[in-house]
Design a protein. Structure first.
Length: 239
């Protein structure tokens, strides 16, 4: 699953854009995620990702391999900054095969807020976790004004390579208890692949957290604008 136009990981995966900070800033909070991707062309893949939070800093390492033998190790770093009504996430990524990338994302406002983001890479092949175009701009809105609920609507769109790739996400997260929550990420995409063929499709990802465990299942009928259908299965644990 090589990517010509989809190249760098955004700061959030299928969730409302909130600061990912451990309540205990003197402790490293870890999250281990194991994922399996079933692809309609038979090139199935697996990924392992370890993420660690320490206060306002986040780091991660990961490794991806598909059935055809493409594999890639990656690492990244995020810095979260709370400036009152502006909350920033600065991110940098590096991976084998010569990849470099970075992004800045902002949440502006109070309980109801605007979402803005910008990402750039060196256009080397890179495997990411969210399948959005990321030499891109991001814009949207969100709210936490409803009790125990977080909602966001945002678009990630290519602004560099002329593909017209656009992915719009509607994300809803509902907290049932302090340790249980359900997140739904519905997405609609349109745009061209690397050969100029145009594709459209709707995807859905469901994540259920029952801390310290979580499970995720998803479906994308046109993953990476390749025409291939993908089913995602993932499980993980927080430490």
């Amino acid at each position: 699953m090589k990517k010509l136009f989809i190249t760098v990981s955004c700061a959030w995966l299928g969730a409302v854009w909130t600061l990912n900070v451990s309540a205990d800033e003197q402790r490293v909070a870890l999250k281990l995620t194991s994922s399996y991707y079933r692809i309609s062309d038979g090139n199935n893949a697996a990924d392992l990702n370890l993420r660690g939070n320490y206060g306002t800093q986040v780091g991660w390492i990961g490794f991806y391999r598909d059935r055809e033998g493409f594999q890639q190790a990656r690492a990244g770093y995020e810095k979260h900054a709370d400036l009152g009504n502006v909350r920033l996430v600065l991110s940098a990524q590096v991976a084998s095969r010569g990849f470099l990338g970075g992004s800045v994302n902002a949440e502006i406002g109070g309980d109801t807020f605007a979402l803005l983001g910008f990402g750039r890479t060196n256009l080397h092949d890179y495997y990411n976790l969210n399948f959005d175009p990321n030499d891109a701009i991001t814009f949207g809105i969100g709210t936490r004004a409803i009790a125990a609920t977080e909602l966001s609507l945002y678009r990630v769109q290519d602004d560099r390579l002329g593909t017209g790739q656009r992915v719009t996400h509607l994300v809803a997260r509902r907290h049932f208890t302090a340790t249980q929550r359900l997140t739904l990420d519905y997405s609609y995409k349109s745009g061209q692949d690397s050969t100029g063929q145009r594709g459209v499709g709707s995807g859905l990802v469901l994540t259920y957290d029952f801390e310290p465990w979580f499970a995720r299942i998803g479906y994308d009928p046109d993953v990476n604008f390749t025409g291939n259908r993908m089913t995602l299965f993932a499980v993980g644990k927080r430490f």
